[in-house]
Design a protein around this ligand. Structure first.
Ligand code: SF4
Length: 341
């Protein structure tokens, strides 16, 4: 349908071309929108969020409101988690399956583009900006696997890439597109100035899967569980993690995390522990019901509480069947380090 519409436009020069822009909210995607709007193209946007997003939505919201751009918001849930667990094209530098992630996003974007009658897709991708998914070969592979060969325009790097159908059909003027390449951000910052784009986010990871510490936890989780659910991700995002005979013990690091862990425990019926007479963390104990495991979780709870470390301390354990008190000494640091994920 995308190509049929382009043919319509070739036949009817009075019709305004329409593009669907993949808008992450980062500087590159904001610039891509500006460039394409400047060519008289009608724009709608699609914004994808995953359970790992550290998204810059406030900039995007302001930007799209100012320019009266309709945004389609799509949350990639379990379908995306299955890809993270088993990505056909592998991982980037950490646990980021960028190639398969982009294929999924483009497939979803294609459906929306067809629904709204967009002629082509636009992204803010810059050639060679990211080593895994923005090399020329990877970009073309992603396009092909999403069934979008020749239908994705990347205005920032277009002159370095094969001509797209939109350019061939005269829906956009290739001579006004750019040839930005590489990881330096300076050309984009200069362009932002030129295009009057004053507010944009700093380049930050944007995706927790590229964070080495978080990626290590995901990798370790997959080794034991073999799959990833939304609840798993919620748990991986919070606390210190320990592995004890295949079970997982999670300890809150501050008030916010303790509240979050308590919420997750109550929502999902996970057993949780807390020192009785001292300030200290909420600890979740996820595994088969086992007395020795609970004692270990209690000893870790004491270790991170304000209780003295060399005397037995009372810890309350709450689970679906009721409450019990376990009295234990704090775990030693050497043993603790061996259990840390
Ligand atoms: S960094 Fe994360 S959100 Fe971005 S393409 Fe890679 S996996 Fe997807």
């Amino acid at each position: 349908m995308l190509s049929n519409k382009s043919e319509d436009h070739m036949n009817d020069k009075t019709k305004r071309p329409k593009a669907l822009v993949l808008l992450s909210g980062g500087l590159d995607s904001l610039l891509a929108v500006k460039l394409i709007l400047n060519q008289g193209v009608e724009v709608e946007a699609v914004n994808f969020a995953t359970p790992f997003c550290l998204c810059e939505r406030c900039y995007m919201n302001e930007f799209t409101k100012d320019l009266k751009i309709k945004v389609h918001r799509i949350f990639l849930g379990q379908e995306f988690l299955d890809i993270v667990a088993n990505p056909p094209h592998g991982y980037g530098s950490q646990m980021n399956p960028c190639i398969d992630c982009r294929i999924l996003m483009f497939k979803k974007a294609k459906e929306i583009a067809e629904k709204i009658g967009a002629d082509f897709l636009v992204t803010g991708e810059v050639l060679d900006e990211r080593p895994f998914s923005q090399r020329r070969k990877a970009m073309l592979l992603i396009e092909k696997e999403a069934g979008l060969e020749g239908k994705i325009l990347r205005p920032l790097s277009a002159k370095l890439l094969p001509e797209t159908e939109a350019e061939k059909a005269g829906l956009v003027d290739r001579s006004k597109l750019l040839a930005i390449k590489g990881r330096r951000r300076l050309p984009q910052m200069e362009l932002a100035k030129k295009l009057g784009l004053k507010a944009y986010p700093n380049p930050s990871g944007g995706c927790l899967l590229t964070d080495p510490e978080f990626a290590r936890k995901v990798r370790e989780h997959l080794k034991y569980a073999g799959k990833l659910t939304l609840t798993d991700v919620a748990l991986l995002k919070v606390g210190r993690h320990f592995r004890v005979n295949g079970a997982k013990i999670i300890v809150g690091r501050n008030k916010n995390e303790n509240e979050r862990l308590l919420f997750l425990a109550k929502t999902h019926g996970f057993p949780y522990l807390k020192a009785v007479d001292y300030k200290g963390p909420i600890t979740l104990c996820l595994g088969e019901k086992d007395r020795r495991l609970l004692e270990k979780a209690a000893a870790i709870t004491v270790r991170y509480s304000d209780a003295p470390k060399d005397v037995p301390v009372k810890v309350i354990c709450v689970n679906g069947e009721g409450e019990e008190i376990i009295t234990v000494k704090a775990i030693g640091d050497d043993e603790l380090e061996k259990l840390r994920v």
